[in-house]
Design a protein around this ligand. Structure first.
Ligand SMILES: [Zn+2]
Length: 307
């Protein structure tokens, strides 16, 4: 039994290496005098299936999206969820690379509208189950870091004081899901009552998507951008930043293998790739189905101004 667990663990590590992709980009902005080293890693959750997460960086900005794979979406959109996340991610990077003072809300609203326009004539975008994605954006200039979070990805902001990182997320998707699944409590899985309640749960969750009182996610409606969680922190007190999709925040909840502080520390010391390998090893050990998982970790430093 022990030998078998070791074998599965080794297999999990191998899978992480073969399905994961890592990249590092060093960006020195000579205008704002900021050095940003962005290290990124992403891992498909299902062997043989395309990764529906997207991550990328341009000078001064990082984008991380997590595509929501909803059964039935294939019949609504001929392009698929991965196409949507990569199209929206590429559009966001293109717009952020131009610089300028446009708000992140406005950048996201324009990008949602642009991508919706690319397939509205061929696909049923009005259906609540058409392709959609969570959004995490970070943009830095010489004085501050702006962020935008839509749905359940996480942002960790490391402080120069050494205190615990500030954690930012949009809690509404998880809260609505919890409310919907409450009706399943006490019902035996597989029973008729459980199935009826499960169907009702799915219908309620679907009906509260991109609706007031529900939760918001990037899809076809630019209005969703207005509902994002946004903020800014002074660059002077900031050491580093991590954007995390919900496939990797499992290390904190529910697995309990890390805290937000130790997760950010692991990014610092070993990098995002090591974080994902630890995640996949654990999931192989406990035979837990994995999800697409992505980390974008950035260090921020002031570049000395030439005299
Ligand atoms: Zn489409």
């Amino acid at each position: 039994m022990r030998r078998q667990r070791r074998k599965v663990s080794a297999c999990g590590a191998e899978r992480a290496r073969t399905t994961g992709r890592t990249a590092s980009v060093l960006i020195i902005d000579t205008v704002s005098h900021i050095s940003m080293l962005a290290a990124m890693a992403t891992s498909a959750g299902h062997p043989g299936r395309v990764n529906e997460d997207f991550v990328g960086a341009v000078p001064g900005a990082v984008v991380l999206l997590d595509g929501a794979g909803i059964p039935g979406a294939e019949s609504l959109c001929r392009h698929g969820v991965a196409w949507y996340t990569h199209r929206l991610g590429g559009t966001l990077l293109g717009r952020l690379s131009r610089g300028g003072a446009q708000s992140l809300v406005s950048v996201l609203a324009d990008a949602i509208d642009q991508v919706a326009g690319e397939h509205r004539s061929t696909c049923d975008l009005a259906d609540p189950s058409s392709p959609q994605a969570t959004v995490a954006l970070l943009r830095v200039d010489s004085e501050r870091a702006d962020y935008l979070m839509l749905a359940d990805s996480h942002l960790l902001l490391g402080a120069t004081t050494g205190e615990c990182p500030k954690v930012v997320t949009d809690v509404r998707e998880v809260a609505v899901r919890r409310e919907c699944t409450a009706r399943l409590e006490g019902l035996e899985a597989g029973s008729r009552d459980h199935q009826v309640a499960l169907d009702a749960c799915k219908q309620e969750f679907r009906s509260r998507r991109n609706q007031p009182g529900g939760y918001w996610i990037a899809k076809d409606d630019p209005q969703a951008a207005e509902e994002a969680v946004t903020g800014a922190v002074p660059l002077a007190g900031l050491t580093d930043v991590a954007l995390l999709s919900n496939g990797v925040t499992r290390l904190v909840d529910p697995y309990g293998l890390a805290t937000w502080s130790t997760l950010l520390d692991r990014c610092r010391t070993d990098g995002p790739g090591a974080v994902l390998e630890e995640l996949r090893r654990h999931e192989a050990d406990i035979s837990e189905p994995s999800d697409d998982a992505t980390v974008a970790y950035s260090t921020l430093r002031q570049v000395p101004t030439p005299v």
